[in-house]
Design a protein around this ligand. Structure first.
Ligand SMILES: [Zn+2]
Length: 103
């Protein structure tokens, strides 16, 4: 009794909220960026050509990056996963093949 209930979301303040452009405006920006840079920049740097599927933030929004064109690059899903793992210090996830074994 009398113990304050700590809400798990109480640490969220407007300052820590990610300033991502959401909704229709965000979709339009994403599409425009993918159209202007339709190939994965990491694959291109490695000498191969692959269609970009996601718009990645060079400095993640969660780390204070801005949702602006100069902070964006087009990546394919594979490169995006690797980049995200690097940025957040995760080990890249083990993938499982169609046969159920790790690849
Ligand atoms: Zn790629």
């Amino acid at each position: 009794m009398g113990i304050p209930i700590r809400k798990p979301w109480a640490h969220r303040t407007p300052e820590t909220e990610v300033k991502r452009i959401r909704g229709r405006k965000g979709q339009a920006a994403r599409l425009r960026r993918l159209t202007s840079e339709p190939l994965c920049v990491d694959c291109k740097a490695a000498g191969s050509v692959k269609a970009a599927e996601v718009v990645d933030h060079i400095v993640p929004l969660a780390k204070g990056g801005d949702d602006i064109d100069s902070n964006c690059r087009s990546l394919c899903h594979d490169c995006h996963r690797k980049r995200t793992a690097e940025q957040f210090g995760f080990k890249s996830k083990q993938t499982v093949g169609d046969d159920g074994w790790p690849t």
